[in-house]
Structures are given as C-alpha cells and as structure tokens.
Design a protein around this ligand. Structure first.
Ligand code: AGP
Length: 608
C-alpha cells in the first residue's frame, strides 16, 4: 500500500528516493512518482508501471534535485492513472505525497473551489495540496500544522514548496511515518527500511505529529502544536529488514515462502522447556492470572489464524475467546470487558483496521493487550503491553503463508501457557505439546514433498471459475484460508464452509463442474465429514480431499485423494494449510497471474 519517502540533502537525492520506493514495493502499489524542488517550482516524473520503469525515466531525463518527495500509490480515490499518481501539485508551487484517506475531502473540495482552486485529479490528496497552499504564508511547517486541523481521516503526508527549497514537511495520523537523521541530510519515510543506510537514526512520529526536516535538523510539533522530541532509535541495516531477498531456486517469493515454513516455524518456537507467560513480556505472569477472556482482533489471513486459535484457547486453556474482524469491531457497539486480554494478530503490524481496532479496545478501557506480529518495529508492537514475535522473516508475496503458520505457532503457545496457568494443562501434557511443536518442521517437510501431486491437481483447477472448500471444527478456518489463497492469487471464485453447513444452502451450487476441496484430518468429526462428502458426490460434485493417512478415504470415481503423511492432533491445521497454499500457488502459475503481486491487492493495508 502507499509508500512515502522524502529527503533534504546537499547531493542529488533522486537515487535515494527511488531506492526507498523500491524497498517499499513489497507493500503493493499501482503507480509511482517522484518530485524535486527547483527554482521554477516542483518538477515531477510519474509512472503507472513499476519503480524500475520510473527509475529509467528519471535517468533518461537526468532528473535531479537536492530536496524531494516520492511515492508509491495504491489507488483509493481515482483510478491508477499517471494523472492521479503522486506527487500531486497545487498551482505549480507545492507538491504533496499522501498515504491514507481523507474522509471530508468533498466538503473541503467545495470550500477550496469557492476560493478559486481547480481540481485536475480524482484524488482526495489534491484537497490537502490546495488546502496547505491556501494557508501558506511563507512557513510550510505552520501551513501544514494549520491544514491538518481541518482533515478528517487517516494520512501520512510529505510536502515541499517552491519558496522553501531545502525543506520537507511531514505529518501523520492513522498512517505510519518516520523521520530519519543522516549526516547533513534528513529524511521522512513510511518505514525505516526505506531510508536505512542513508539515515543513521530514526524516530517514529506519533499520532497528530507534524515534522519539518531541513539540512540543519528536524523539528516535530505534536497535535497541540507544542514542539516535542520523539525517541531516537538506531535504524536497522537494510539487510536486517531482510534486504534484497534472493529467490534462490524458486519461481516466486510465495513459493519460496511456502518452502521456508519449516525454518520459520523452528525460528518461532522459543528455546525453552516450559510454556511460561514471560514468553509474552515481563509483566505477563501477573496480568495473565487476572484475565477471564480473550478478544482477538485481526484481518484477512491473520483473522483466520485467530479463528483457529479460538479452538485452541477454548479447548486447551478453557478460556472464553471471541474473534472479531478488526474493521467491523472498530465501528460496532460492543460490551467491553476490562478483564479481557485483547490479542491483535498481524504479519505487518501496520494494518490500519487492526491498529484502529486495538486503539478502540484500549479506549474502551481494555488495557491488557498482546500483539502476535512479525515486525518487531511495527506500530502494533509498540502499542501493545505484551508481544509475541513470529520469526517468519520478511514475507514478500502478498499472499500470506509463512506468516500465517508462525502466527498459529505463537497462538498455540499462548493457549498452552494460559491452560497451564489456569490448571488445565499438566506437566505431561505440556511435554507432549512441546514435543509436537518441536517435530513440526520435520512434519512440514513431509507435507511439502506432496508438491508434485498438487501440481497435477492444479492443471484441473486452473480451468475452473469456482471452487468450494470444506472443513470442520479446527479445520474450518483452514478451509477459509485455502479459499482466500485461491481467490487472491488465481482469481478463481472460492468459498469455504464448515462442511455441516453445505446442506443449508451451498449444496445448490454443487454440480460436476464444481471442485470441492475437503480438509479431512483424522479427528472426532471425520465420520460426519465423510457424510458431508457423500452429499457432494450424490450431486456429481468432484471432491479433492487432503486426507490424513488413517482416514481410510480412498480415491474412486469423483473422489481424488492426496494423503497427508501423518496425523498431527491439535496442531494439524498447521500441516493441513500447506497443501492448500501449494494448490493456490500452482493453480495461479498455470493461469499465469502475477503471483507475488496479485491485482488490486497490497501487502500492507495501511488505509481503511
Ligand atoms: C493474506 O494473504 C492477505 N493478503 C491479507 O488477508 C492479510 O492477511 C491482511 O491484510 C492482514 O494483514 P496483516 O497480517 O499484515 O495485518
């Protein structure tokens, strides 16, 4: 999703800005651009192609400057065209880049039109440009501070003005922005990794902050207008963020990341012989004793990790667990429980809806919060009392894979930890769970070896336009995740149901043309699931079953079976999701889609 980089220096800063955009590419975007300040006003180059293409354009044009802003745009208001790409100008004197959504842009646009401003793009960003322009009286820092008072919604912005050739002003509310401190040059960016190497230190701006960066230094004003300081931290080397990740023998990052799961999981399992609350934070032993329920908030794949965790938390720890889609929770009237532990799950830790839901829960008096997250420096990790860091490593493919399975590991550890604390897990069970966890990487390798069989199925799937996914109990969220993976990268319409629900409606969709993917572990619901499969077969539906070794489900007419190497008890979802990831991946490859950057999607969803 949109990414911002800005810089003030004494050298040509365009290569640094372009490199920053390249490092932010993983967030997803559909256009990009860069502007520098010149004596004639800001000049820009924009593109609806990739950052590499923008780079070629600036090189060919010998486009240079010492002060500039750059942007990758993920379209919200207005199509992804060059005209809507940022930087957006106001009257050829001011340029702005913006991440987020301005909710009151229509009323602001009318007000600005009445003042004589013309709108040439379809973006909400253009109102911010004109608004700041209308308030400018020789001090860009002051104009931006006045302008943000009038903005409703979420934003991170970077602004330059013709009359201040060595100044970039930034502001944030709801979308992330950092300032970076270099030697005689300073920066802003959506993420520290964009400027790592050029900036030696960074500060995270807080909600409502406005910053001014010049050659001399950085000034930050808080929402009330007071000049403040923000903690200065070392910036991690770009390599520490994952650097330019080598694809190795893989065709796509998604495939690489699927195959990295054994390693990612083993890195995520703490080197401990016991499940102790300290794994989540120093104060956790005390706080965890006092909690009486769990509220999980997340989006997309992370939400499905939460749904799986509900089964574990309620069956192992016997603690009531609610799981809510963050974008719904933040706007509905709920009954807050101050004794609940609020658990946010997020790969990026920057998902706008999940961050807003977390803040909403906090505002309702739920002070005990835990982030299960893959990015140690993310806003979510900074906002929560407790953390469990997954060590999946950088995930580049938009479709989440290793982040999901490592989240499941973290959530299972939480369930056993709470189960132990609440007297529902004895020492013998604890040892069994630990052993199961430790064996997971090896078990996963066994599942990854099924790839050739899955490739054979993917040829069939690539010709379909619809698919159903069935699971029961603990594996229903896995069916949901399998359907999400297939639709997001292969663009095949897929839906998932708890298998018992089939007869209440979706069975009407089943014909010979409908592939029905079935997650069939050898658990207590197996016989029920087999009956549901018969319901599908009786209507001519084609079943594609991932069956545990001892389920006695065999291939026959209309039933295609891939046998999982071993049954994995409570942790079975972590194994069963992997063939679904591979099925989605190979189906997408056969269909020739852009697997790592599927259309319309972004890796880090930093707008509502
Ligand atoms: C998964 O494949 C997705 N692309 C998406 O659903 C993702 O899980 C969701 O946007 C949440 O992201 P987060 O984990 O970074 O918060």
């Amino acid at each position: 999703m949109c990414g911002i980089v800005g810089a003030v220096a004494l050298r040509n800063i365009v290569p640094v800005l372009i490199e920053g955009l390249r490092r932010l590419e993983y967030r997803g975007y559909d256009s990009c651009g860069v502007a520098v300040v010149t004596a004639d006003g800001p000049q820009r180059v924009r593109s609806v192609a990739r950052v590499a293409e923008l780079d070629e354009q600036v090189r060919e044009a010998h486009f240079e400057g010492v002060t500039g802003i750059a942007h990758t745009r993920w379209a919200t208001h207005g199509a992804p065209t060059v005209n809507n790409a940022h930087p957006i100008f106001s009257r050829d004197t001011l340029a702005i880049v913006h991440n987020g959504i301005i909710e009151n842009y229509e009323s602001l646009r009318e007000m600005l039109r009445a003042k004589g401003y013309e709108f040439v793009s379809q973006t909400d960003t253009e109102v911010i440009a004109h608004l700041i322009h209308s308030l400018y009286q020789g001090d860009l820092f002051a104009a931006v501070r006045a302008a943000v008072q009038q903005l409703a919604g979420a934003y991170a912005i970077g602004v330059v003005h013709k009359n201040q050739p060595h100044t970039v002003v930034g502001a944030r509310a709801g979308s992330p922005l950092v300032v970076g401190y270099g030697k005689g040059e300073n920066f802003i960016a959506s993420d520290g990794l964009a400027i790592a190497g050029s900036a030696e230190h960074i500060s995270y701006l807080e909600e409502g902050d406005v910053c001014e960066i010049t050659l001399e230094g950085v000034r930050i004003a808080d929402r009330a207008g007071n000049i403040v300081t923000r903690e200065v931290r070392d910036v991690q080397a770009y390599g520490a963020y994952g650097g330019a990740v080598d694809l190795g023998p893989y065709r796509h990052y998604m495939q690489k990341e699927i195959f990295e799961q054994p390693r990612a999981i083993s890195d995520t399992i703490p080197a401990t012989d016991a499940f102790t609350p300290e794994l989540f934070g120093d104060n956790a032993p005390e706080v965890f004793k006092g909690i009486d329920s769990i509220l999980i908030l997340a989006c997309g794949t992370s939400y499905y990790a939460g749904l799986t965790a509900k089964y574990w938390l309620e069956s192992v720890a016997k603690i009531r667990t609610d799981v809510e889609i963050a974008s719904e929770y933040r706007y509905r009237e709920s009954v807050p429980n101050p004794r609940a532990l609020v658990v946010t799950i997020s790969q990026s830790g920057e998902t706008a809806d999940t961050l807003a839901a977390l803040k909403h829960a906090q505002s309702l008096g739920m002070e005990h919060t835990l982030a299960v997250c893959n990015v140690a420096t993310s806003a979510m990790v900074r906002l929560t009392e407790f953390k469990f860091l997954t060590h999946a490593g950088r995930e580049i493919g938009v479709a989440s894979t290793k982040a999901f399975t490592t989240q499941l590991v973290g959530l299972f550890i939480l369930a056993v930890t709470l189960g132990k604390l609440r007297g529902h897990v004895n020492a013998e069970q604890e040892a069994t769970y630990l052993k199961l966890l430790r064996h997971l990487p090896a078990a996963l390798n066994g599942v990854l070896a099924l790839e050739p069989q899955i490739i054979a199925w993917s040829e069939e799937f690539a010709r379909k336009e619809n698919a159903l996914f069935l699971g029961r109990g603990l594996h229903y969220p896995i069916a949901l995740e399998g359907a999400l993976k297939l639709k997001e990268i292969s663009y095949i319409h897929a839906e998932a149901y708890p298998a018992g629900e089939l007869k209440h409606g979706p069975l009407a969709l089943v014909t010979e043309a409908m592939p029905v993917v079935t997650v069939a572990p050898n658990d207590a619901l197996l016989e029920k699931l087999k009956s549901n499969m018969q319901e599908v077969r009786a209507r001519g539906g084609q079943l594609y079953v991932f069956a545990d070794a001892d389920t006695h489900i065999t291939s026959e007419d209309g039933i295609h079976v891939i046998r999982m190497p071993e049954h994995y008890g409570l942790l079975s979802p972590i194994l069963h999701v992997v063939p679904l990831q591979l099925l989605a991946y190979h189906t997408a490859c056969v269909r020739g889609t852009d697997v790592d950057k599927p259309r319309n999607l972004a890796k880090s969803v930093t707008v509502e």
